[in-house]
Design a protein. Sequence first.
Lengths: 390, 390
Amino acid sequence: MNYNEKALEMHKKNNGKIEIKSKIKVKNREDLSIAYTPGVAQPCREIHKNKEEAYKYTAKSKMIAVISNGSAVLGLGDIGAYAAIPVMEGKSVLFKEFAGVDAFPICIKSRDTEEIINTVKNIEPMFGGINLEDIKAPECFEIEERLKKELDIPVFHDDQHGTAVVALAAIINSLKVAEKSIEDIEVVINGAGSAGIAITKLLNNAGVKNIIICDRKGIISKNRKDLNKSKKEITTITNKKDEDGSLIKALKGRDVFIGVSGPNVLNKEMVKSMNEKSIILALANPDPEIDPDEAKEAGALVVGTGRSDYPNQVNNVLAFPGIFKGALEVMATDINEEMKIAAAYAIAESVSEEKLSKDFILPDPFDKKYVKKVVDNVKKAAIKTKVNRI
Amino acid sequence: MNYNEKALEMHKKNNGKIEIKSKIKVKNREDLSIAYTPGVAQPCREIHKNKEEAYKYTAKSKMIAVISNGSAVLGLGDIGAYAAIPVMEGKSVLFKEFAGVDAFPICIKSRDTEEIINTVKNIEPMFGGINLEDIKAPECFEIEERLKKELDIPVFHDDQHGTAVVALAAIINSLKVAEKSIEDIEVVINGAGSAGIAITKLLNNAGVKNIIICDRKGIISKNRKDLNKSKKEITTITNKKDEDGSLIKALKGRDVFIGVSGPNVLNKEMVKSMNEKSIILALANPDPEIDPDEAKEAGALVVGTGRSDYPNQVNNVLAFPGIFKGALEVMATDINEEMKIAAAYAIAESVSEEKLSKDFILPDPFDKKYVKKVVDNVKKAAIKTKVNRI
């Protein structure tokens, strides 16, 4: 039985993957009087006096909303809010299983940016954080940006920032193996959708000085007339030598390739044209930009993909559960770049020196010791940047 | 320690009362491949082909949204969306503990009727039913009516219909004790807010022929010029003799008083003016319309209140968990009057002949045998009225 059949059977047997659990028992009138009327009025009164008391007396303190409109789901594309439910429930399961974070799926039946923003703002009271998921670009940028501004709880688009954090972690450790320094490397990112843009910004903030980002038409430069808003913005931090041309040209003499694009856009010749001890993160799913074995044959030192059947899986699950857990624990108002960088270093540093090698640059997701390190690092960064409330 | 202090302590200790539980474990890559990518894509595809498959493969099949904007919470009034969370979490707990129904609190930070309607419509995909709670009149009427029309899942305003169902159950059994018939009784309802209007409609649909409803100004009749929309509508099924005057006048020679108003609007003289073997449901909370002992001294045969420290507590918890469970089990598109009446009879009939007495007209909420009967009756009524989808 393959994964598709097993998944159908499991989802059907359980009627989905999540349920609501009561933390308390209601067995008699006394229980009822404390959990519900008349006793419940007292926490209500305290929160009415100061809304932040909701973190003390309600599940808000541990509850994330996993929000999608199903417009860009996994490899499935635009399948809508109903068909997105299994993925969002899956995300809830990962939040709980990996970091003990409660996460509830909210699948929004709308394609209108303003309406999605309003809906999330309206339902915010119950939640301590917002995880945006599988919302297509460019709407996802506006939705995230506006919600970050207009809400006082953290908002995090995992397809952008989760991917970026784990990619950064992979780069940090790959550089140890390659004995190169983050300030010196030249990086080419292929794919200028939400993940590509977020990776570019995070690498830049983490100290990478030379980044070139390409889309289907090649290098994104100020000279191009066909750029959307996010691509135009990204030219201010990339392509310092103002190069133009193809991905092939971009790669020559570079140290790192990060693909968030599609299958087979990279070939052996292109890898050969890169610097020695090159690092390839071919993250297109399910089929990477280049077959990892081919990349190695062509001379790449470290190759990572999004797949679990090759070494060095760049998997968001290493990041988002711990990041939100850390944010919730300090009642953070934001998940900012410093917190993301701190999370990436926590993930990277969770690989012991003995284990670290070109085929082991990231922790095993199921060896969950790294989660606590992510939580701690994120909390420290939140406090340092003063987005904490406790 | 009183209930207020106990409630504060309990809510603080647990950080609220609900959490998300994963129905499955994710301990290794195989688990991950079935719960999440790549396997999860298969249930997504099935739902994309037919959205009703969401009932098969997701938690929608068992999940209710408990929706409030905190504008009319318990005895607390307009405390807003944040301060309403403990009550809505309490409701979730009751759904789960009494009927195994998963219910998630959605506290909406808006007072605009259209915006509330849109928000609920937008987040509907994840839910198999909508329980509206503690939304003030008259907005609650428009919100419920519109959502019932515009969504294909059941929408039920518990403050209206939960109260009405349990009040009807109380009347059904009180009439057995009083040896009167539902067609013959004359009923006076005091309070023309959401609960009063809903009780009036349900009793009318259940066969009560003579109902008078009063507000603060007395009997609601066609002659009055000061009636809002819902009060105007209710004159078409009430006050057949077109009476005018005070509650005092309304009560003379009547069989049943149902109060959903405020403390002390009923006195001994008024009870004495009623028919023999009168039935009093004084449901104002926490202080009923008349002290139960006084009502009995004045000749009432059966007295019920909303309080747990007197006999005959009219408690919504007898109704809503089983009603939603029944609706979910047949994938109902609506909770209609027939289903509510069926639920009321199930509750009433759960009191055995031996136990039934003037001081025991409703089941003990914690003796949960009645829940299954409610579920079964509601399912049968849904099938009979063709609002079922399985």
